[in-house]
Design a protein around this ligand. Structure first.
Ligand code: FES
Length: 106
């Protein structure tokens, strides 16, 4: 389990515990976190679970795979620290992770 902090586009922080093996997207949905739409339900085909990984964490979280990278091109305002929340699985190593959700998903 890891404590994940989601910061919305207005700077509001919401921290929740997310179980190991659960995606950042599913954790947010389960925890009632706004700013994650997840239209495709985690199939890596909508880009509405776009999050920005806080800079201190990008190395530990790692980069996107090929399919995710292609889908991120459909996201609004992608940056070098962009990931799709449905493609990042939580583990103990991510305890304390901070992600930001884009304004476009509110
Ligand atoms: Fe659709 Fe992540 S939920 S790409």
């Amino acid at each position: 389990m890891a404590k994940i902090t989601y910061i919305d586009h207005e700077g509001t922080e919401r921290a929740i515990d997310v179980g190991n093996g659960i995606s950042l997207m599913q954790g947010a949905i389960n925890g009632g976190i706004p700013g994650i739409v997840a239209e495709c339900g985690g199939a890596c085909s909508c880009a509405t679970c776009h999050v920005y990984i806080e800079s201190d964490w990008t190395e530990r979280v790692g980069g996107p795979g090929d399919a995710e990278r292609e889908m991120l091109e459909c996201a609004i305002d992608p940056l070098s620290n962009s990931r799709l929340g449905c493609q990042v699985k939580v583990s103990d190593e991510l305890d304390g992770l901070i992600v930001r959700t884009p304004e476009s998903q509110f």
